[in-house]
Design a binder for this molecule. Structure first.
Ligand code: PAF
Length: 284
């Protein structure tokens, strides 16, 4: 059976509802998104529905986390399609604010997580995590969730949010959910929509190189430089790969780069396939 979610566009209304739900003793699960929902989002929604009385999802393409040269304008949007998915997944509330509602005139307060945002994507997307933490902090204040669900495809984002919540003593449990892949290994992302047929084939270079590195690690290779070299050689063999932005093997908690790989470390990478920047990661 489907369920029509209640769509809320105003912050005050959302706050009123979450206060009422809390008063009634209901637990709130929250899935923040930028829309264009896919199986990865659905898995977060399903986790939330299983573990909470009420599930709220937000759909807001947050301009503050895009730098001027990035894809804000062409970021895929389809609210009706997203709403249909929410209906099928039995989401209770969809918070869908406008830019003006979230960032009224004279907005000037930001949240910064310092160390964890310095490398990986943070080194290349200046200001990105400042935009993410600021909007997530605002969304947490508005929705007041007990549990909030983040995909581990954006592993750095997940760790940054976890840090913010701990450092600022926020009463939210941050849940990291497994990365979801297509059958052939491609990590799900709203940005996959940008890929042409040929680029889609080359996009497999990310997951294939990660699986290969994990295999080499299993067979005893521990030298990070060697693992990275094997990965880049493999990736650069794919015709539509334009640039490897980074390949890093990092400690899963500090996200600091390693010289010698250990079990539990994260291999993360960002690669341009055509003009599309894709990220992926795997845990050793
Ligand atoms: O992962 C995303 O979609 C976004 O970064 C988030 C967490 C919704 C904040 O805008």
């Amino acid at each position: 059976m489907e369920k029509n979610p209640v769509v809320i566009t105003e912050i005050n209304e959302m706050k009123k509802i979450s206060r009422k739900l809390k008063k009634e003793g209901k637990s709130i699960g929250f899935v923040p998104t930028m829309g264009y929902l896919h199986e990865g989002h659905k898995s977060l929604i399903r986790c939330s529905i299983k573990e909470n009385d009420i599930t709220v999802i937000s759909i807001f393409v947050n301009p503050k986390q895009f730098s001027p040269n990035e894809d804000l304008d062409k970021y895929p949007r389809d609210f009706e399609r997203d709403l249909e998915i929410c209906r099928k997944e039995k989401v209770d509330y969809v918070f869908y604010p406008t830019f003006e509602e979230m960032y009224p005139e004279n907005f000037q307060t930001y949240v910064i997580v310092e160390e964890l945002t310095k490398n990986l994507c943070g080194a290349y997307r200046k200001g990105h995590f400042k935009g993410v933490t600021t909007v997530v902090m605002k969304l947490f204040n508005i929705v007041n969730p007990d549990n909030a669900y983040f995909g581990k495809k954006d592993y750095q984002q997940y760790k940054v949010i976890q840090r913010m919540v701990k450092d600022l003593n926020m009463d939210v449990n941050v849940v990291g959910c497994p990365l979801i892949r297509e059958k052939d290994g491609l990590a799900l992302s709203s940005r996959n929509k940008y890929l042409s047929e040929e680029e889609r084939k080359s996009a497999l270079s990310l997951s294939k190189s990660l699986f290969y590195a994990k295999e080499l690690f299993k067979n005893g290779e521990r030298n990070v430089e060697n693992l990275k070299k094997e990965m880049s050689e493999m990736i650069l063999n794919y015709p539509e790969v334009k640039e490897i932005q980074y390949i890093e093997i990092v400690n899963p908690e500090t996200l600091k780069p390693k010289e010698t790989a250990e079990e539990g470390d994260i291999i993360a990478l960002a690669v341009y396939v055509g003009n599309t920047r894709l990220i992926d990661n795997i845990q050793l």
